[in-house]
Design a protein around this ligand. Sequence first.
Ligand code: ZN
Length: 264
Amino acid sequence: MSSSEGVSEVRCGSPEWRLFHERVGRYFEKSEAGDASGTCAICGVDLVGAVKGSSGPTCPPVRSAGSKRGKIEKGERIVFDPAVAARTGKSALTNVGCVVLIEPDRCSVATNVVPSRPLPADMTVSPVEPGSTGRFLAELGRRPPKAPFLLIEFDNKIPPLVLSQSPTRAAWCGGSAVATVDLTAIPRVAALAERLGPKLFATLASLKDRLASAGLNEADGKVLADLRTQGVITPDDLDLVPGRSSRLFSIVDKATAEAVVAQV
Ligand SMILES: [Zn+2]
């Protein structure tokens, strides 16, 4: 990867990545010893005896997240079975759909990667399946995590990780930049989304974005006036609806849409 992609923003050896490796990553990592040495493909640190990952040799904490492994079959429980030979495959913890929440006394992981060692008692693992991400996101609002916690929604990349000190200002890791989200607002925003329906919820969210930047155009003003006249929305609703470009919008949008999928 070239430096223009901002790869140096990911610090493989950071306390957050070491925490990820200690609590989650090492239970899924490849156990084969590697012989590659050179420079970490992600952070550029010189390595000796590194295991080569798909993008080249990397620091150990990140290696466990990105290494390609075998996955569970549909309906199979996610447990380590020493009697079964390690599977090979192309699944990684960093795959879309994998979500990780590490709290001081427990952690939950959604993944389809087969564990490479017995899982600890404080870890709850569930498969990635239709609706699983939405349920996880909705649950986050119902039961805000204990701080400090690490919250990651993987997106096929090695993201920068930041520890959260409060659920009202949670660091949402997963994309190339860390977003700040008020997790305690999820239930209220989800109730609003459900009442408005996905289309109107998205319309208002786009309108909220414009309100915060360039201001409302004539068409926006008419839409808003009509909705208010018809009693569809209140001024409180407009305060509550998150901007379309915000992480809170995408969380609630996904949680609402996938809850429907899960019920089918
Ligand atoms: Zn590195």
